[in-house]
Every structure is written in structure tokens, then in C-alpha cells.
Ligand binder design. Sequence first.
Ligand code: 13P
Ligand code: SF4
Length: 349
Amino acid sequence: ALSVKEMESRILSIKQKLGSKLFIPGHHYQKDEVIQFADATGDSLQLAQLSAANKEAEHIVFCGVHFMAETADMLTTKQQHVYLPDMRAGCSMADMADIYQTEQAWPILQQLFGDTIIPLTYVNSTAAIKAFTGRHGGACVTSSNAKELVQWAFTQKQRIFFLPDQHLGRNTAYDLGIPLKNMAVWNPHKNILETNEPLENIQVILWKGHCSVHEGFTVHHTEVVRKEHPTMQIIVHPECSREVVAAADDAGSTKYIIETINRAPSGSAWAIGTEMNLVNRIMKQHPDKHIISLNENFCPCLTMNRIDLPHLLWSLESIEQGQPHNRIQVDEYTTAEALSSLERMLARG
Ligand code: 13P
Ligand code: SF4
């Protein structure tokens, strides 16, 4: 087996050889050993947009998870090929909204509510779910623009069907003044709507999905921080539950968390509730600030962490040898419908 140094120098030499034909986007949640070789870092949407803007790159080695590579494939040209260094790098949240379950849910919801619902889909979802959304007049959202898109959706229809993350959906709708009792949960395992409220009052239908990483932050963790570090501010990602977001001082996307800490004065103290690799990186970048993870066990995203030095090298070598592994290619039909939901988002957020 190659040593770390040997792997690093092989990666560097392949990067030099392929030059501008190769583009390596790296999501904020990737390991440092991977991020050091990234040509750009960002959240999933920024990275897909950067891939699309980079017309020279023929090979895009996406260091992130499967749905991000799919989005990059859909936004880039036919000549640009997208690869995922490890096919096991999925997203448990995206996998919670299966297209077959969604196709079963939709006619039931139509029966209950008639033609009053518009789907909104977090970009953390499969291309098939994005296509479903596009087909029914809906749009994608990211954690950075969810508010704008929920507001837009209510100009189109009376009700929103939000997939696959119930927490981002609930937190966003709550911030816009929608009472929690007017939000029902769609249970895709039982095909039922979980609510005690009269149906006419329901404004938001939340798919029963979640991020297993961000569910690792609890109200108990916020109480421990309040007790042990009374002057510390707590900032969390809106994929955390409503209770945790309510107990925190602030909540926002990874981009928002990064920008908030960048702006924070030297000496300020922060407990951050988001993925481990990002929290560790923020801690290293701000030695003048007191920063901890909201959960002392840090909460890694295991699937993000599938991408490591050996997998990155394996992927790059396969491209160098002209037989690339793990190409991510969304079929044309799905791409056309999914693009309509992505474009509705890009036009507004
Ligand atoms: P953002 O980077 O859009 O905040 O999303 C967080 C996330 O969980 C990515 O998988
Ligand atoms: Fe999916 Fe959560 Fe990991 Fe993001 S952090 S890739 S939403 S499991």
C-alpha cells in the first residue's frame, strides 16, 4: 500500500498533468485530506454551479455525496463527465424519500386536498424526486434560500408538500409565521398523514425524513452549554429539530454558519451544531475564538467521510488511464424535469 505522502504526490502529479481538464469540487463537510486538493469548496448548490460555470473541465471529480454529483451532472454539458470517488457516499436523508413512495403519496394527498398543493424539494434529494417536483410545478430549495422559495410557493398554491427533510421544512415555515399545528407529517411507511388538525387548516405537509447527523444535536446539549459556558452563543443548522433551533441563538445553512463565525469578534465564544469536519475546520481557522461542537461527540457524516485519500487517488488514476470509474449520469428524461425544478429555484433564490 502507498503511504499518505506517496498518495498525495500521485494526486498532485495527476492534477498537474490533467490541468484545467480536471475540476475537483469539495463540499464543506469533506475531510481535510480531501479538501486540500479541492479546486473549490462550498455547499452543494455552489459546487454544482461552479462545475457548470467551468466549461474547460471535462472531468469533474465530485468530493461530496451522490445527490450533489447528480445535480452537477444535470447542470453541466454532455461533454463534461461527473464522477463520485466512492459509490457508497450516499445521503441517508436523500434516501428517505424514495420516488415510488412519493408517487404513492401524491394521489392520496390530491384526494385529501384536491389541486391545492405544490411540492418543494430540498436539493438533498435524488434526481428522481427533483423530477417529480418539476413535473408538478414545484421548485428545489437549499438551506440558504428555503424562506424565499416557501414564500414563492404560497403565491402558487394554498399548501406545500416539503421533501425530504421535515426539520428544514418545519423550521422555515415556522420562521414565516405558520403555526406548528398547521403542519402535518406525511409518513411514507404507513402512507398516512399524521395530524390531529382539521384538514382545511393544514398549510404544510412535511415528508417524514431527517438528517441523521443533525439529529445528533439535542436540547440536552444546548442545556449543557448554557450551564458550562453561559456567555457562549449557540448556532445550529436548520436540519436540526425545531426544539434545538428554538433553544439555540441562531440557525442557518453551512454558508451562513461559516460567514457568521468569520464576522464574529475575536474572543467571542460559539457552540456549533453542524457536521464534524466543518466544525473542526472552523475551529482551526479561528484560533482567536473559543469554538466547540454543540455535541462533544462531534457528529460526523459517515457517508461524506467515505471519500478519502485512497478513493480520490483511485478515481483520478482511472481518469488518467482513460477508463474512469463511477461516472454519475442522470438520464435525459429525468434531467429535463429535474432541471425545471432547479431553474425555478435559481430564478428566485
Ligand atoms: P448546506 O451546505 O446547503 O447547508 O447543506 C448541509 C448538508 O447537510 C449537506 O449535505
Ligand atoms: Fe445527508 Fe446529513 Fe450527510 Fe448532509 S450531513 S450528506 S444531509 S446525511
